[in-house]
Design a binder for this molecule. Sequence first.
Ligand SMILES: *[C@@H]1O[C@H](CO)[C@@H](O)[C@H](O)[C@H]1NC(C)=O
Ligand SMILES: *[C@@H]1O[C@H](CO)[C@@H](O)[C@H](O)[C@H]1NC(C)=O
Ligand SMILES: [Zn+2]
Length: 372
Amino acid sequence: MRFSFCVAALAASVLALPTPDVETPKETFTVELADGERRQVTEAEKFALKADGKNFFDITEFLDFTPSSLTKRQTVTYPTTLTQGTSVRSLAAKLSSSNMQTNLQPFTEFNNRYYRASTGKQSSDWLLAKVKSYIPAGSVATAAQFTHSFTQSSVIAKIPGKGSKTVVVGAHQDSINGNSPSSGRAPGADDDGSGTVTILEAFRTLLTNSTIASGGAAQTIEFHWYAGEEGGLLGSQAIFSSYSSSGRNVVGMLNQDMTGYTAGYTSAGLTPKFGVITDNVSAALTTFTKRVITAYTIRAYADDECGYACSDHASATRYGFPSAMIFESEMKYENPYIHTTGDTISRVDFAHMVEHAKLVVGFVVELGFAVL
Ligand SMILES: *[C@@H]1O[C@H](CO)[C@@H](O)[C@H](O)[C@H]1NC(C)=O
Ligand SMILES: *[C@@H]1O[C@H](CO)[C@@H](O)[C@H](O)[C@H]1NC(C)=O
Ligand SMILES: [Zn+2]
């Protein structure tokens, strides 16, 4: 180390070149791998953890926060009967799988959607423009970037309702090549292009209802597309941290991280199921969400776990907001191609994504018009 520094310094003085910063310590991050288990890692070590199947919060920008210091966890009593069937079914009939396909194709064509890459910013800008294009003239809905310390921005669409209680549906917009994060090809069709276009299609469809589009729902409805999920739930932590500080009242957050891979079932001659995640979520909201699945989709479901900090619902939970996570399958049938060049559009099942989109529409309309 010292030797190379001396050589560099000598070279610089002789050739009058700028001194290379060989002595600069490597950029490090603080990650949390379980409650209270913090570790200092480099970016390469972060991705080695992920490759090893270990998920984490990158809490570098949130070091002062611990979940035990939360003064208030939101508790909500959810409806035990669903009342919006006519309206949900008429909206669900408008969900278009070809629309999802048309949106997913260009989204997978960015070299990657890595949160620190210029292409990750371009994909975020593309997404924001697409979201805005679905807001009808005269609607009260808005869409904007939520910016971060890194290149990619999260995107938040808001449909104000009569009250400030807020229903959130989220998916992450970034993608990653696990072997070469910053520049490797990462189409991310399933992870999480599928969730991104699933909630985008639900958003488009909901705004065809004039009551919703004009602000007539009881609750405020938000759609979130998180940046930097693959870096340690960065976008969602920033957003829920900010919502917690500003006293926002989130009555339920539904996460959709991967909605399109069913080959694990179909190749075995089985019918696809949803995986209902039961760890790091709200049990009450999950029970409500199961009701919605049964009422409005053709899918059966099975309970499963995805581990600590597996996706953005964990950020909502961490900051005291009730969350639920419905996965494309049981974990044992999960997509083996994620984080590789093989996570392509040819491997996603748009009919399954339509079922996820029905779930989103049912969740939003039932919770959005409920008396809470
Ligand atoms: C829009 O949705 C609301 C809530 O479900 C429903 O009451 C209303 O009838 C719907 N409007 C139309 C035109 O379907
Ligand atoms: C989060 O999930 C992990 C892994 O399943 C579990 O050990 C932990 O207790 C969970 N924490 C909370 C707060 O639910
Ligand atoms: Zn993902």
